[in-house]
Each structure stands twice: as structure tokens, then as C-alpha cells.
Design a protein around this ligand. Structure first.
Ligand code: GAP
Length: 441
């Protein structure tokens, strides 16, 4: 059983490379561990995930504000947030013989090197932030942000002063985060450079439980929107004795990754007023919110935090399907229509017939104008095109044939064949009805 699911992940990794979703970072130089590059289709899928997230959590709501803060921040931010200290360090041990380093909390035997059998040295703390110097003199210490969240906290006052939001309200941000993970592993799961989608939702202290329950439903709705089945998601309620000292409740959303089993996909934490209070103390700037009646207090915060890479991995794992069609095994990505890299592929039946190509180009231009992400595919024969488009999850393949030109049956003039990815069924649709037809599925 374990072998079967493991091989599914191998197939996904290989499909990602072969079809232009994800490449190893700096591949031609032997790679750089913990980095991955998104290829043409990976960018489309990633952007679709982020667009849907932004739409659901920001555009469709009245109580959310967007932000795009700088990656480089004043080092005092990270001192106030606790990231420069032991709170953001992993325990590390180094082999005295081969010098390989391991996370001590991942080892059963902390004395012996799992790689060469050598003696492991003393356990030390290893801070996960990438340090860098800013300016020509290189004397200003900074860090590549390890989470987008702090950019939100330090702008809390700016957003309140410029937008006058009423509590409860949230500030949302997507963007890169960097962590010098000791053991990057499992494809996109644990990497050193990744993207987050985070919300800090500010509430009155007495209302945190009610708002927590509401956001919980929103997070569940988000995972359903990604097409993830509820059976593959587990909500892990972090026990009180494992909670960070400032958190009163945390839920980890775990996905059942193939070959790996349940592991974190996203997190949801009630962080009290810890973060704003810490920044108020460290910066000397008031983080108080002033109610219309003049009462002042530091709001409490609920934090839903998502990783784009882990969402993409879960989406691909859920969508990857093998079945049998026309007596052959075929692979397809059963992606929700709004996530598919290409909404449709348009092809002339034969690419050496100028009249078919011209009509196909016309239909392609029409669909591209409407949907944007539409492919023109005149490579190889129809059967191979279908298989290729199935493998990248294109919901509809539109073929322009001689019937479209009205050469065989005048009644079929200006109709095209639309093939459905999941069923392989082909339907004759009038070109004028094509946009509507595609919008329905
Ligand atoms: N602001 C809270 C925060 O950053 P986190 O649990 O450390 O919380 C949130 O990270 C999410 O970011 C995780 O649930 C995961 O999806 C993603 N993430 C964190 N570290 C990651 C890594 N090294 N590689 C890929 N994704 C990561």
C-alpha cells in the first residue's frame, strides 16, 4: 500500500517536470537544495490558486484589506517578534566524521550519525532566518522575511489610520517567505523559499471565539474550493500543552499527501494581542484601536496561514488520476475548471489545411479574449493532443474539422467538437454558443 502511494508522488513529480509545472531550482548547475522553479504551467496553476484565494478572502468580503509589504524589514521587527531568538531555531546536531547536519528532533538516536555511523556532536540551536546586509557599507543587518505575517503587524497602524476599518477586520497578504530549513524534503513540501497567503484578523478580545468559528468555516470552504476532498483533510487541534505561550487555540489543517500521509497544509491560530503588544513595546508606537466612543485597546488577532506550494501539491495530488480509455491507460489531472492552467485547447483537425487553421485561429482568438488562458495546439494528431491536454488538466479540447466549414453537412457549418477531459465525451457545439457552453462546466 505504502509503495503504491509513494509511486503516485513520484509520478506527480515527473509529470511536473515533463509538462512544465515545476523544475529543480538552478538545475543546470546541479540544483540548490530546497529551491524549485515554477515553469509555464506551474505559474498558471499557482496564479489561479492565489487569484481564487484573494477573491474568496479579500475581494468577496467587506472586512478584508490587502497589503504588499517589503520582504526586507528593519531587524528590530524580528527582535520584537521573537524570530531572532530560540523561538525560531531548530535543534541541530552535526556528525563529527562526515559533517552532515540533522534536526535533532527528527532523530531516534541522537548519538549516532544515520549516514555514516559516526559520532554526533552536541545539540545546538540553528536559527532558520536568512541573514543579509543592506547598503553599500553592508553594516545594516536585515533578514529575508521568514513569514509574511510581520509585514501585516507593523502596518496595522497605517491601515487603521488610512482606511478607518471597523472591528472585526482583516489584513491579507500573499508573498515570498524564506527559511533556511535544515532538511528540505518531499518536493514542494518543505523548501527554503516559498510563498505564503496570510491573514491577520483583528477582533475584540471578547469576540475571538465567535470569530474563530466563522473563519474556521471559511478555511474549510477554501479547501473545498481547491477541490480537496474533506476525506483527505484532517483538523489537528493542537493540545494546550503544545501551544505557543501566546496562543490560546491553534488548528493545523493536514492533508493526506500520497506516500507521506497526513501533514500540515495550513494553520489557524488565535494569537491573542501578543504580536501588536510586542511591537508597541519595542517600537514605542501605540497599537491601540480607538472605538467611536473613545475607548482604546489593543485588538486580539486570529491568523489563518496558508502555503501556496503545499496547496499546489495537495491540488495536484487530489487531481492526479489514472483510468482506462479506449483500452489504454491514461493519466489526467481532474482539476477544477477555474484552477486548470489552460481553460481550453483549440486545434485544427489537420494543420496542413489552411482553411481549418484559419477557422481554428478565429475560434482561438474568441476564447482567448474571453478566458485568457487558452492554448492553440496543432502538434501531432488528435489522439495525442487529447492525451497531452488531459495530462495537464485542460477541461475542454475544441477541434475545428471539415464539418465546421460546412463541407460535409451544411447543418453542421460553424459548429465544433468539444471534448470533455473527464469523460472523453464529444459534443457538437455552435461556435456562437461556445463561450456559454464552457462557462457551464
Ligand atoms: N505566520 C504563521 C506562520 O508562518 P507556519 O505554520 O510556520 O506559520 C504557515 O507557516 C504555512 O506556511 C504552513 O502551513 C505551510 O503551508 C507554509 N510553510 C511553512 N514553512 C514552509 C516550508 N519550509 N516549505 C513550504 N511551505 C512552508
Amino acid at each position: 500500500m505504502a509503495e503504491k502511494t509513494e509511486s503516485k508522488m513520484d509520478k506527480i513529480v515527473s509529470l511536473c517536470k515533463r509538462r512544465g509545472f515545476v523544475f529543480q531550482g538552478s538545475e543546470i548547475y546541479g540544483g540548490l537544495r530546497g529551491t524549485w522553479d515554477f515553469g509555464p504551467l506551474g505559474v498558471l496553476l499557482n496564479n489561479n490558486i492565489k487569484r481564487e484565494w484573494w477573491k474568496m478572502f479579500v475581494l468577496d468580503r467587506e472586512d478584508m484589506y490587502g497589503l504588499d509589504a517589503a520582504i526586507l524589514m528593519n531587524e528590530k521587527v524580528w527582535e520584537a517578534s521573537g524570530h531572532t531568538g530560540a523561538g525560531f531555531a531548530d535543534p541541530i546536531v552535526e556528525c563529527e566524521k562526515c559533517n552532515h547536519r540533522f534536526r535533532a528532533d527528527h532523530l531516534e538516536n541522537k548519538e549516532v550519525c544515520p549516514d555514516c555511523g559516526g559520532k554526533l556532536g552536541e545539540q545546538k540551536d540553528f536559527n532558520l532566518m536568512f541573514a543579509t546586509k543592506v547598503g553599500a557599507e553592508g553594516n545594516v543587518q536585515s533578514y529575508l522575511r521568514p513569514e509574511t505575517a510581520q509585514g501585516i503587524f507593523v502596518n496595522f497602524k497605517n491601515v487603521v489610520d488610512s482606511m478607518s476599518p471597523k472591528l472585526p477586520f482583516g489584513i491579507a497578504q500573499t508573498g515570498k517567505a524564506f527559511r533556511n530549513e535544515i532538511a528540505p524534503r518531499e518536493f514542494l513540501f518543505r523548501v527554503r523559499e516559498f510563498e505564503q497567503m496570510e491573514i491577520e484578523y483583528f477582533v475584540k478580545e471578547g469576540e475571538w471565539e465567535v470569530e474563530f468559528e466563522k473563519l474556521l468555516l471559511d478555511i474549510r470552504a477554501w479547501h473545498a474550493r481547491l477541490g480537496l476532498s474533506a476525506d483527505n483533510i484532517r483538523e489537528y487541534e493542537v493540545p494546550a500543552n503544545d501551544l505557543a505561550h501566546y496562543s490560546k487555540r491553534t488548528i493545523d489543517f493536514e492533508y493526506n499527501y500520497p506516500g507521506k500521509g497526513y501533514d500540515e497544509l495550513a494553520g489557524f491560530a488565535y494569537r491573542t494581542d501578543h504580536d501588536l503588544k510586542s511591537h508597541q513595546v519595542a517600537s514605542g508606537v501605540s497599537m491601540e484601536y480607538i472605538e467611536p466612543d473613545g475607548s482604546r485597546f489593543i485588538p486580539h488577532v486570529l491568523e489563518p496561514s496558508f502555503g501556496v506550494g503545499r496547496a499546489l501539491l495537495a491540488v495536484l495530488s487530489e487531481a492526479y488520476t489514472e483510468d482506462e480509455m479506449n483500452g489504454e491507460v491514461r493519466t489526467y489531472l481532474k482539476l477544477p475548471t477555474y484552477l486548470a492552467p489552460y481553460r481550453a485547447a483549440v486545434s485544427p483537425l489537420l494543420k496542413n489545411k489552411p482553411e481549418l487553421v484559419a477557422k481554428a485561429r478565429e475560434v482561438f482568438a474568441m476564447l482567448k479574449k474571453e478566458f485568457g488562458n487558452v492554448a492553440f495546439d496543432d502538434n501531432s494528431n488528435v489522439g495525442k493532443r487529447y492525451r497531452r491536454q488531459d495530462e495537464i488538466g485542460t477541461p475542454h479540447c475544441v477541434t475545428i474539422d471539415f464539418e465546421t466549414l460546412g463541407e460535409e453537412n451544411p447543418d453542421l457549418k460553424d459548429t465544433v467538437t468539444v471534448r470533455d477531459r473527464d469523460t472523453g465525451e464529444q459534443t457538437r457545439v455552435k461556435i456562437e454558443d461556445l463561450v456559454n457552453y464552457m462557462m457551464q462546466g
